[in-house]
Write a protein that binds this ligand. Structure first.
Ligand code: FPP
Length: 241
């Protein structure tokens, strides 16, 4: 139990002191959460979408400037059609209601080309209508880290570049509007990156939760923030003497 006294910083203060600007989430475990309750996998995604709403709001409230969530990977098309359709419907529903989130600037990162025309237009409208708002929410949709890097290199080749730097690549990634993630949180007991933000996470800290995504609470975010705040980031260098 944590007893609050005058020297115990609040989570908001910890976020600020630790310079925690960007948290990225691998929202894993929806399917297992559902099947362990004898529910269809789609019910897990529905519960996951509710938790996503809660966590995104909470991160904003504690002073995080940017959140990225892995909603649908380039590999997720290989799932049964009913499951893919259920996830797309949840995303469409969220996008339709998202106008109510007055402080959020929405970015759908990934290749939107294969999406249905109507859905792509809705997402692009949302991006346009919410541009410049203070809190950035990146929703990774049809996203793959390797594909993103290949796309970035091809963009630079098309622009006539013959020699490229790291900043050239960063400038043409889907996330060129926000800082790299400081912290990547993965639920669902798996200890892997799954092709998520490969370039951007080069110096991120990782936090793995044993919980399935639909079980995640605000208290778990507090734990992840405390863990982050207690770490020393060295960026490949040495501790200061
Ligand atoms: C991984 O769990 C989760 C996904 C592939 C989809 C995540 C989608 C949502 C949380 C809903 C998206 C909606 C919005 C509004 C962002 P899994 O299905 O791979 O779980 P498992 O490993 O237990 O099978």
């Amino acid at each position: 139990m944590i007893v609050k006294n005058e020297t115990t910083p609040t989570i908001k203060e910890l976020v600020e002191r630790a310079g925690l600007r960007h948290i990225a989430f691998i929202m894993d475990g929806n399917g297992r959460w559902a099947t362990s309750r004898l529910l269809p996998r789609e019910a897990g995604h529905k519960a996951g979408a509710e938790v996503f709403r809660k966590i995104v709001r909470y991160c904003k409230d504690i002073g995080i400037k940017c959140c990225t969530v892995y909603a649908f990977s380039t590999e997720n098309w290989n799932r049964p059609k009913t499951e893919v359709e259920a996830i797309m419907k949840l995303l469409e529903k969220y996008a339709a209601e998202a106008d109510g989130e007055k402080e959020i600037s929405f970015h759908f990162i990934g290749d939107k080309a294969p999406l249905a025309d109507a859905m792509r237009e809705k997402l692009e409208n949302l991006e346009r209508n919410t541009a410049g708002r203070p809190y950035i929410l990146n929703i990774a949709l049809n996203y793959g880290g390797r594909a993103e890097i290949v796309n970035a290199v091809n963009t630079l080749i098309e622009a006539g570049k013959t020699e490229i730097t790291e900043s050239d690549i960063s400038a043409v990634l889907y996330t060129n509007h926000c800082p790299d993630p400081d912290l990547v949180v993965r639920t669902g007991k798996e200890l892997r990156i799954s092709n998520f933000l490969l370039w951007q996470s080069a110096y991120a800290e990782y936090y793995f939760s044993e919980k399935m995504w639909p079980e995640l609470t605000e208290g778990d975010i507090d734990e992840a923030v405390r863990s982050f705040a207690g770490r020393k980031r060295r960026w490949g260098g040495l501790d200061e003497a």
